[in-house]
Design a protein around this ligand. Structure first.
Ligand code: 0L1
Ligand code: MG
Length: 259
């Protein structure tokens, strides 16, 4: 039997202290997805008990390349909480993170509830605004290494996120060139089409996966639709910026040193 609450407490403490822990699967063997999502939920409950609120959902493994690398046929997802929000142009404290990486993404803000099997048109009808965004991922596991169950339990590595200026819901997000810079140097370039061929497909998948979990995506929530490129390590960098063409710019600075 997997001790859901004990593992959740361990992951929550690792995130709070910015201290890596060994993989759960090193101890339990394979971790079934249902148990992994139960651990994720229980770990997030610790944050909610401290006063954070749920503000959205993140999609992970949204590129064919990443899915193939993990031997997956579906995406994974995690929960976004209010303590993960970084304002555009704001600063993060490096000491909050273990070994952070950053990915260029597309985000949507919802104006209507969304859950279960929906069409592309139904998903789009629930969108209030779209934006370019950056996700900071920071696996709570040693050496940023994990099996599928580990990463799902660890909230799909999500750690913080920054959303650029919100744009009209009908702004085309399907194939937007993205150039991400770390300390002014190009770190990754790509296109939003790498997100399941079209980021709106990721929103359809988010609704489906939320439905499977008995959740409804809520009006006002942000959904981070997935990485357009590989993630770049932040290391001791001081600035990260994303130029996403007609989706605009988003960025943040990094203060302090590693924990
Ligand atoms: O957002 C992502 O696609 C990352 C999912 C978690 C896997 C990782 O940490 O690379
Ligand atoms: Mg991501």
């Amino acid at each position: 039997m997997v001790d859901i609450s004990a593992i959740a407490a361990r992951l929550d403490a690792a995130a709070q202290r910015a201290e890596a822990i060994p993989q759960i699967t090193g101890e339990t063997g394979e971790l079934p997805l249902a148990d992994a999502y139960a651990i994720q939920r229980a770990a997030i409950d610790h944050r909610l008990a401290r006063g954070a609120t749920l503000v959205g959902m993140k999609m992970g493994f949204t590129s064919e390349a990443k899915m193939a690398q993990m031997g997956l046929k579906d995406q994974i997802w995690g929960r976004l909480t209010s303590d993960m929000v970084v304002v555009n142009g704001g600063a993060i404290d490096r000491a909050r993170f273990i070994h952070p990486r950053v990915e260029p993404e597309v985000a949507v803000r919802l104006k209507a509830p969304l859950a279960g099997e929906v069409t592309r048109e139904e998903a789009l009808a629930a969108v209030d605004a779209v934006a370019a965004a950056l996700e900071i991922i920071d696996s709570r596991y040693e050496n940023f290494r994990f099996a599928l169950g580990d990463v799902v339990a660890d909230n799909a590595s999500s750690s913080a996120f920054v959303v650029g200026p919100w744009l009209a819901a009908d702004t085309d997000v399907s194939d937007v060139a993205m150039e991400m810079r770390v300390d002014g140097e190009i770190a990754e370039t790509g296109t939003s089409a790498a997100i399941l061929g079209d980021p709106i497909r990721s929103l359809v998948a988010a609704a489906r996966l939320a439905g499977v979990a008995g959740l409804t995506l809520q009006p006002g929530w942000t959904v981070m639709l997935g990485g357009a490129t590989a993630a770049a390590a932040i290391g001791e960098a001081r600035t990260v910026s994303l130029d996403a063409g007609h989706l605009g710019r988003v960025g943040f600075t990094i203060e302090g040193g590693a924990a």
